[in-house]
Design a protein around this ligand. Structure first.
Ligand code: NAD
Length: 360
């Protein structure tokens, strides 16, 4: 694998390989772009089949964080880290060894929780480095990011509804929610609070019954959610749910949810546009959790987080407007906004000014 060529092609600044024989730690930190600020992104622990698989994943995820932070208007760059191994083999000494590596980067990379790591792990890492977010609220952490992600998704859905129907009221509209976990369940509560009609699914029958009881939601089988007649389909479980198999099934006007990597491939975004389905790009609408952890870097303030999460409404409208004006699919419009902000920031930096302008 031509690693440096791959870095050059994708515009990556740095790839750091870490190993510690004593604890068995094998980790890779990818710093994609720090134009807007230090690279923030979670640490994923996963038993990758090969080092190549881990490198490809960490680079893909780090690049995604650059775009997500840029569109959210944060003064942060994009990075990500992976620890190769099963989360079941996690030990305090391994996490502390990892924390010492993060510390050597002197704040160019700031870590957070991700798949296979949790708040407790961040508290352990914090014993070795300041460059970590998502810690215990008692120590200045922002706590569980899911309610903020859900609120951001709700705001984004309202913006898309406004674009499509001219008013952002959800009263009487049908929303199909796939996945009733930390984000999906919160989202249902917000939607039900506005008298939206809910169609829901989950692989966990208990949570499905609970949502049916609490919100008067119609429960459907997991494969029945795609062709539910609804105004909004909100994927809040898995990635790649818009794929060759599902694309013709959708009976919705809008796709807008929390899941990452909703499009199996970019071409599925083009296909949705052809079908007249308005897709709200995942990393634009699900930025609430990132906004929440990022705020810890400035001394966590709940009010500031709420304001920024509310701003997702306008950001989604900006993306949809660019898509409409330029005649491009919404996922490309979001990338364009992110790239514009980074380009402007580079120009500001080169001209000696320090403030980075906001999007929109
Ligand atoms: P979660 O694990 O708490 O919930 C996922 C839910 O989906 C679970 O209830 C699970 O049973 C259900 N599920 C799994 N497979 C399913 C299937 N085939 N059909 C229907 N339901 C299925 O996760 P979460 O924290 O709620 O996150 C949901 C999604 O949003 C994930 O894709 C996550 O990456 C993304 N996301 C979450 C956050 C956050 O703050 N938690 C932030 C950004 C993005």
């Amino acid at each position: 694998m031509e690693i440096i060529n791959r870095m050059t092609g994708g515009g990556f600044e740095q790839l750091v390989f870490c190993q510690d024989r004593e604890t068995g730690l094998k980790a890779i930190v990818a710093i994609h772009d720090t134009t807007l600020g230090p690279a923030l992104g979670g640490t994923r622990m996963w038993p990758y089949g090969s080092e190549e698989e881990a490198i490809v994943d960490v680079m893909r995820l780090a690049r995604g964080m650059t775009y997500k932070a840029a569109v959210a208007g944060l003064s942060l760059g994009g990075g990500k880290a992976v620890i190769i191994g099963s989360p079941a083999d996690k030990t305090e000494t391994l996490l502390r060894a990892y924390g010492r590596f993060v510390d050597t980067l002197k704040g160019r990379y700031i870590t957070a929780e991700d798949v296979g790591t949790c708040q407790w792990d961040m508290d352990v890492i914090h014993r070795e480095t300041q460059h970590v977010t998502g810690c215990d609220p008692a120590r200045g952490g922002g706590g569980d990011p899911s309610p903020f992600t859900a609120r951001g998704v709700y705001n984004g859905i309202k913006a898309a509804v406004k674009k499509r129907y001219g008013t952002d009221s959800l009263n009487g509209l049908t929303v199909a929610v796939q996945g009733l976990g930390n984000v999906g369940y919160h989202l249902c509560r917000l939607l039900a609070g506005e008298c939206a009609r809910l169609v829901v699914t989950d692989i966990n029958p208990k949570v499905l019954q609970k949502a049916a009881r609490e919100f008067g939601a119609e429960a459907v089988a997991t494969d029945g959610i795609y062709d539910s007649h609804c105004h909004v389909f909100a994927p809040c479980a898995l990635g790649a749910v818009v794929n060759d198999e599902t694309i013709e099934k959708f009976r919705c006007a809008i796709i807008a949810g929390a899941a990452n990597n909703v499009l199996a491939e970019e071409r599925h975004g083009d296909a949705l546009r052809k079908r007249g389905i308005l897709y709200v790009p995942d990393y634009v609408i699900n930025a609430g959790g990132l906004i929440n952890v990022a705020d810890e870097l400035y001394g966590y303030q709940r009010q500031r987080v709420d304001q920024r999460v509310a701003q997702i409404y306008n950001t989604v409208l900006d993306v949809l407007t660019v898509s409409e004006k330029e005649g491009i699919p919404t996922h490309r419009a979001a990338d364009r906004l992110a790239e514009q902000r980074i380009k402007q920031a580079k120009m500001y930096k080169n001209s000696g000014q320090r403030e980075v302008p906001m999007v929109g």
